[in-house]
Design a protein around this ligand. Sequence first.
Ligand code: SF4
Length: 370
Amino acid sequence: MPYDPYQALYLHVPFCVSRCLYCDFATRAMPADDPQITRYVEDLVMQIRRAGKQGELAGVETVYVGGGTPSHVGSRHLSQLLYALGLSMHLTPEVECTVECNPESLDERLVRDMWALGANRLSVGVQSFDDRLLRVLGRAHTADEARRAVDAALTRFENVSVDVMCGLPGQSAEDVRASAEEAVRLGVTHVSVYPLTIEDHTPFARMVMRGELVEPDDDVEAEHMEAAAEVLEGAGLHRYEVASYAREGFESRHNTAYWTGKPYLGLGLSAATMTQNATRRMRRQDGQVTDDLNPAQMLAEDLMLGMRMSRGVSDELLARASALLPAARGVFEGLARDGLAVHEGGRWCPTSRGWLCGNELYGRIFDLAT
Ligand code: SF4
């Protein structure tokens, strides 16, 4: 049986100016003029052109150029990628095309070039507007550079997102609140708030082992998430996913594709690809199959991903899932009884308590197909 067409495209640019202390992403620190970057971008251009020729990009509705730090590779390289996209698919204004940028490498010229070549959304990795916390994280930029970068982004782009981290060592709920307020003040249309996790083989993991760093505490993290929610929702950015806030109409369509089981193609080092049809969903990364789901497992995943989003899961999806997962309805009724979900208007939606107790919420749904 053939696979459904890809609806989302991810391009991975695995280079950064330096490595942050918490990062375990597939990325390397190197100067922007290193010939390896030029070779990598040329290869990625070939992959884009090939995918276009094979018809794999015909149904793509969202593009995300992520990293690493795509802005680090500079205008010439990013222009090559965007130009190749323009030649290989219908990069119309209706296609959401996001480029991930970091403050130290985003200036007005780069903003103008990306805009001219069809990008229409920028995601700026701010993490905090507090210099002390940026130093703790080992970020390569200051709070002032972050403000300047967001201002530069807004000179052309209406659709600008920033990332803000919480649960950081020495961070208070007041600090989280201040960064969220600053993002609102600058006028961004989307904010992602995510807690620090200590990943294996990172400098932070080694510091935890040596007793120099305390692991983030769940209650503190929850308090920080609540502080951010209060500020952002108070300013009119609605929480449409557990970690994502947007002004109406500026929700990330690319991320929503991931959360609603749409097939996506990943090009570049360590980029994940998801292919599916009615009987199978597969994820591959670096030539390895990382997931191979049967229809029951696919439905359990759809239910779980659905509960990441405020719109939750429709009665219709739950009914479809129940045909293969007979315990599904009972699990959702249990979630509602325990205050982790509510059932209203034909949908099952997570409550804020459900999001705070995410492990419990997603765990019970995940167990349906195991
Ligand atoms: S900028 Fe992002 S990808 Fe690069 S090292 Fe820092 S966290 Fe990792």
